[in-house]
Write a protein that binds this ligand. Structure first.
Ligand SMILES: Cc1cc2nc3c(=O)[nH]c(=O)nc-3n(C[C@H](O)[C@H](O)[C@H](O)COP(=O)(O)OP(=O)(O)OC[C@H]3O[C@@H](n4cnc5c(N)ncnc54)[C@H](O)[C@@H]3O)c2cc1C
Length: 332
């Protein structure tokens, strides 16, 4: 939890990423931070960049629900061989790639990884679909803010004529936006909590914060760098200890999808001649129902990608019926 109510209210959850970055910058721990804002010229396109001031860090707060090429922001540092210390805010997949590049000696600079929990990232089609569902023409969009305005917040679309459309977070995320539109590579991701970050941040979906309307984040400090950051920001942020099991329980469906369903999805991808990553981990042995779930995911992704959007409703009804029958058979 953090104490600056304006940043907290205008961030994704507790605003801890933004607040810790500001604190690290002001204390001289970092000289910049790779963060992401939406492009002013093309409001549906994200723009990762190195923020050098508090204002720039605040400008980039809040989740961007579209694919983000975080690595592009580091290009200049690689080119110049800069030796500064830079914080990088990224999803688990960004951090996997950058940790590998760091291991191979690509960077002279010192990178501190701020990882964001992630179930999957919506594709660009997700936003297009949502705009269409709400009768908004893509060409009329001036600005999109995916989260913010309290907890769990809402999406705000500002149109060229100045009018605004606000969509409640649960209403749009639980619609097709968060269900059917994401890159297939996300189905092969095993890491929901940014396990290779120095410090990871997630939404606090804990029962004890159910009535919170401003926003709270869950954080996991994973390295001594993460611990140092937190101790330097004492007095600026407010922390409460949370039990590990409580955090796992609050992210249960996302983690079950990632950890338990992974092997079946990998098998289907391999069967269909796609490349798959090799994590060198002990996988959970899939059951028949996991394969059915995996097939269902790929069928819906295929429909979404090929703009067969009306068929997604049929898919949703069929999966709900199958789930109902399965549960009835398991617990008659
Ligand atoms: C695609 C996506 C999926 C997520 N899924 C989950 C989930 O399943 N469960 C969960 O608990 N939390 C999830 N989160 C994380 C959560 O929504 C918050 O981002 C996190 O709690 C941090 O909140 P905050 O208020 O501290 O961040 P803020 O202070 O609002 O700062 C967010 C920071 O992240 C950067 N950022 C935003 N979007 C991206 C992006 N796509 N790629 C790289 N950097 C970005 C911003 O530039 C900013 O610096 C997801 C976030 C994203 C972007």
């Amino acid at each position: 939890m953090r104490l600056d109510s304006e940043i907290r209210n205008n961030s994704t959850s507790g605003g801890l990423v933004t607040q810790l970055l500001i604190c690290a910058l002001n204390n001289g721990l970092i000289t910049g931070a790779v963060v992401t804002r939406m492009s002013k010229d093309n409001p549906l396109v994200p723009e990762p960049f190195i923020a050098r001031t508090q204002e720039e860090i605040i400008e980039a707060s809040c989740s961007k629900y579209c694919p983000v090429p975080v690595n592009m922001a580091l290009k200049e540092l690689v080119k110049t061989g800069s030796k500064e210390t830079i914080a990088v805010v990224g999803l688990p997949c960004h951090i996997h790639g950058l940790q590998k590049a760091k291991y191979k000696g690509l960077f002279k600079c010192n990178l501190i990884f701020f990882g964001i929990f992630c179930g999957h990232t919506p594709s660009f089609n997700a936003t297009q679909w949502l705009l269409r569902q709400n009768g908004i023409n893509v060409a009329d969009v001036k600005q999109i803010e995916y989260r913010g305005k309290g907890w769990p917040g809402s999406m705000t679309v500002t149109c060229m004529d100045g009018s605004k459309v606000s969509l409640d977070y649960h209403m749009y995320w639980d619609s097709g936006f968060g269900k059917y539109f994401f890159p297939p590579r996300c189905t092969l991701c095993y890491d929901g909590t940014a396990e290779f970050a120095d410090i990871s941040f997630g939404d606090a979906w804990l029962p004890r914060f159910k009535n919170d309307r401003i926003g709270t984040s869950v954080i996991i400090s994973r390295t001594s760098v993460g611990d140092r950051l937190l101790s330097q920001c004492k007095g600026i942020i407010e922390l409460q200890k949370v039990d590990r099991d409580e955090v796992v329980a609050s992210q249960r469906s996302m983690l079950a999808y990632k950890k338990k369903g992974y092997s079946a999805r990998k098998a289907i991808r391999r069967f269909t001649q796609h490349k798959t990553p090799d994590y060198n981990i002990t996988e959970v042995k899939p059951k028949f129902v996991d394969y059915l779930g995996a097939i269902s995911v790929y069928v819906s992704l295929w429909m979404a990608k090929h703009h067969l959007w009306p068929l997604l409703k049929v898919h949703s009804i069929v999966t709900r019926i199958c789930r109902f029958v399965y549960k009835r058979q398991k617990n008659p």
